[in-house]
Ligand binder design. Structure first.
Ligand SMILES: Cc1cc2nc3c(=O)[nH]c(=O)nc-3n(C[C@H](O)[C@H](O)[C@H](O)COP(=O)(O)OP(=O)(O)OC[C@H]3O[C@@H](n4cnc5c(N)ncnc54)[C@H](O)[C@@H]3O)c2cc1C
Length: 420
């Protein structure tokens, strides 16, 4: 039941969950299944948070946030999707391939993949060392592939290697199996939200623990509960739009060590798309981090999804939405020839850093601060709980990591309420 009326705020539930993303929905479903009265309070006019499927003018789903079910062979969201009547697509991701080897000869591709493999091996080795360090220290000085390795880091981590904690990266668990939801992640979020009590358009601006019940304040009134789970992104916490009474300096410190990196997407419609293979990929530049990653015909659809990351994505956001399309069409034209220009039509571009309810795409730990994830996730006096992708030690930056963190927080709430 999605609510946006005022009256609903007047009845107090057992538990309030702040945020209707994968973490909040996961937590609320677990709490409701345990028989607790739970209400989600969400600032946006929709559920899903950083899982957001829009539709192109012809009705095709386009993923503006997450798209892949990472570690799909052990990702619980796959089962939730199937139970919800959604379709899993198991086509292999085309990343690190090049249509027809255009502008990227096979020998160079092999060299790049080998350089990436060596970097991952060094990250693994350094991940086990006692001292943490930024990832760029593991680049081979002077290697010609360093810019493209750094660009790859921006797609994976949202940041260049110099901002990446090697320890944090090492803790991430990836089985290497990646699937998608044909109808889009948004359909999964909607299915997960279906039977929940959710108040939309309702930003929480204060959480007050000075009373017997925890009080949350919103522009539409106050609400009280025995426990509250906070799932808002770390940069939103740090921006101070959601305040705590008493203040939580340790929590804010942890959140500030887990900033959101940036990944943005651009969708282009492609005329006469059949010329290109279904689910294929292009690199348009090999010697710079200022480049996009081009997924051509996702699901066989007549679209190109372009992925931008890190500082370059931030620059393009600052230039304005048209900058993404202008840059991408220019890159495609220089690789495929100028005639491609008239076959490409911009549909949508994201600006996740400028979204005040996200302020970025997914979290990374600053070098030396991988343990901040556990500090962020720790409950406060058994009444205030934290979830969200940044709280996950092994699955951060993902939708399933967010979902799992919600389940962990919900179980902690259930245990705490049983003791009272
Ligand atoms: C471009 C992009 C591509 C991605 N690709 C993938 C991918 O392929 N696979 C993958 O697994 N993950 C991917 N991710 C990451 C994934 O989307 C996120 O990790 C996950 O969705 C985060 O869920 P969450 O519940 O932690 O946070 P969110 O989804 O951000 O949910 C938090 C909610 O809190 C709300 N909120 C904020 N402030 C307030 C407030 N004051 N009061 C009330 N509500 C508030 C927000 O509106 C939001 O709905 C991608 C993300 C982006 C942006």
């Amino acid at each position: 039941m999605l609510r946006n009326d005022y009256i609903t705020l007047m009845t107090d539930p057992d538990v309030i969950v702040i945020g209707a993303g994968a973490a909040g929905l996961g937590a609320a479903r677990r709490l409701a299944a345990a028989g607790l009265a739970v209400r989600i309070v969400e600032a946006r006019a929709r559920v899903g948070g950083r899982a957001w499927t829009a539709h192109d003018p012809s009705g095709l789903p386009i993923e503006l946030g997450c798209a892949w079910l990472h570690s799909a062979d052990e990702n619980e969201l796959c089962a939730v999707a199937l139970q919800s009547g959604l379709t899993l697509d198991k086509t292999l991701p085309p990343w690190r391939t090049q249509i027809g080897n255009i502008g990227f000869p096979p020998a160079d591709q092999a060299e790049f993949r080998a350089a990436l493999g060596r970097l991952f091996a060094r990250l693994d080795e350094a991940g086990e060392a006692e001292a943490d360090q930024p990832g760029d220290r593991l680049l081979e000085p002077g290697n010609r592939w360093n810019p493209l390795l750094d660009a790859t880091s921006t797609y994976i981590n949202g940041v260049e290697l110099d901002q990446l904690s090697v320890h944090d990266f090492f803790r991430y668990r990836d089985t290497g199996v990646n699937w998608r939801i044909t109808e889009g992640y948004g359909s999964l979020m909607a299915a997960m939200a279906a039977d929940l009590d959710i108040v939309l358009d309702c930003p929480v601006n204060l959480i007050d623990r000075t009373e017997a019940l925890v009080r949350i304040a919103t522009p539409r009134g106050d609400l009280r509960a025995r426990a509250v789970i906070v799932t808002v992104p770390t940069d939103v916490l740090c921006a101070g739009a959601l305040r705590f009474r008493p203040v939580l300096p340790g929590k804010m410190e942890a959140a500030s060590m887990l900033p959101l990196g940036l990944a943005d997407k651009l969708y282009l419609r492609l005329d006469d798309a059949e010329e290109f293979p279904k689910d294929s990929h292009l690199y348009c530049a090999l010697d710079t981090t200022r480049t996009g990653s081009y997924h051509v015909r996702p699901f066989g659809r007549p679209l190109i999804e372009v992925y931008f990351g890190g500082r370059f994505a931030r620059e393009l956001e600052e230039e304005g939405e048209a900058a993404f399309a202008s840059f991408a069409i220019g890159q495609l034209a220089s690789l495929l020839g100028g005639a491609i220009r008239k076959r490409l039509h911009p549909i949508a571009a994201t600006a996740w850093a400028r979204d005040p309810l996200a302020r970025g795409s997914y979290s990374h730990a600053r070098p030396g601060h991988a343990d901040a994830r556990a500090a962020l996730a720790a409950p406060v006096d058994a009444r205030l709980f934290f979830a969200g992708e940044a709280c996950s030690v092994h699955d951060f930056s993902t939708a399933h990591g967010a979902y799992r963190s919600g389940l962990v927080a919900a179980d902690a709430v259930i245990a705490a309420l049983e003791k009272r």
